[in-house]
Design a protein around this ligand. Structure first.
Ligand code: KG4
Length: 340
């Protein structure tokens, strides 16, 4: 079964063709990241305009790279929530038009779920020990997704109460004048620093809740930058990275054990963080959990995860008609609904 996936929820315009939910035949991503650099974060209007310009060439290249024609595609899949409305609309309108013209069914995909599915691309999902707990950590979201016995159905069992982890990486990077995106810049600088040099709070680490809160951590970094003359930037980046990754992994493991998970997985841009990936591997071993992470290419937004995840829906014959598709921003993730 061949699925063409389309993803435009943030600043990446992406298309991919995936066979049977597993084998990525082609994946093309065009990012407008550079256009946002001078603003220190994504400007939704600029991102949406760039999607509109880029989406058709991206789909063309994706088909060419896979050596496929549109008529050979069985189903179309598109991210519809959560994301920036202007961007989602571009992906939805293109998918709607393709569906109408080609008479192919559409699968509407939740961006959070597909980011977790990314950890299983090119792998065997039949080997997952359910339940699965997914930590989705991107610039827009930090959430824990609980999947009882399959993809296609999940509950949000924890989420950030304020900033997302990626947003805090970006804001701390801005405080240190490192530019956007902040995650890779902080990671690079941190390799040169002492991660114990600055004492920072571990937000909600000892609390019973599975929610996260990162705005206090950002403020703690800000007050160090304001108070100290000649700060040791490398060590501040290292101390910050140590704290945020430790909170993410410890809270994920706690929730995984609480919900009886056999496996946990990470997804989203922050899942590319080397220290976080290392900690996940170590904690998984200690707690006897299976752990999966996407390849680095599939951490940030891409359409392979969309086309891959859509296979589960296609197998269960869950489709959306072209005239029912709608984008959703969903500020409160607890409103994310299960599909079937
Ligand atoms: O998933 P993504 O591409 O976009 C959405 O937010 O949807 O994630 C982008 C985020 C940015 O905040 C970026 O700083 C962060 O992922 N990021 C990282 C790393 N690479 C990207 N954060 C920490 N360490 C990294 N290596």
């Amino acid at each position: 079964m061949l699925i063409l996936g389309i993803e435009t929820s943030c600043d990446e315009t992406a298309a991919a063709i995936v066979k049977n939910g597993k084998t990525v035949l082609s994946s093309v991503v065009s990012s407008s990241e550079k256009l946002h650099q001078k603003y220190g974060g994504i400007v939704p209007e600029i991102a949406a305009r760039k999607h509109a310009e880029t989406i058709i060439p991206v789909i063309d290249l994706c088909l060419k790279n896979a050596g496929k024609k549109l008529q050979e595609i069985d189903y179309l899949a598109v991210s519809t929530t959560p994301g920036l409305i202007g961007g989602l609309l571009v992906g939805i309108e293109v998918t709607r038009s393709l569906s109408f013209a080609l008479q192919k069914p559409i699968i509407s995909i939740n961006d959070l779920e597909s980011h977790i599915y990314a950890a299983f691309l090119n792998k065997d999902i039949d080997e997952i020990k359910w339940p699965l707990l997914g930590l989705m950590v991107s610039g827009g979201t930090t959430a824990l997704l609980f999947f009882k016995k399959s993809f296609g159905k999940f509950n949000i069992v924890g989420q950030t109460r304020d900033d997302s982890a990626g947003e805090v990486f970006d804001k701390v990077a801005r405080l240190l004048d490192l530019g956007y995106p902040g995650g890779p810049a902080i990671q690079g600088l941190a390799t040169l620093g002492d991660n114990k040099r600055y004492k920072l709070p571990y937000p909600l680490l000892r609390s019973k809740t599975n929610d996260f809160s990162f705005s206090g951590l950002k403020t703690a970094v800000l007050s160090i930058v304001k108070k100290e003359n000649g700060i040791d930037e490398e060590s501040l980046a290292a101390s910050f990275q140590e704290v945020i990754t430790e909170v993410l992994i410890q809270k994920t493991i706690k929730a995984a054990l609480q919900f009886g998970a056999g496996t946990f997985a990470i997804g989203g841009g922050v899942a590319a963080n080397t220290l976080l990936r290392e900690k996940c591997g170590n904690y998984a071993g200690i707690n006897n959990l299976d752990f999966f992470a996407p390849s680095i290419d599939f951490c940030t937004d891409n359409a392979a995860m969309v086309a891959g995840c859509a296979y589960i829906y296609a197998k269960n014959k869950i489709f959306s008609h072209w005239n029912e598709l709608k984008p959703f921003e969903h500020k409160n993730l607890k409103n994310e609904t299960c599909k079937y």
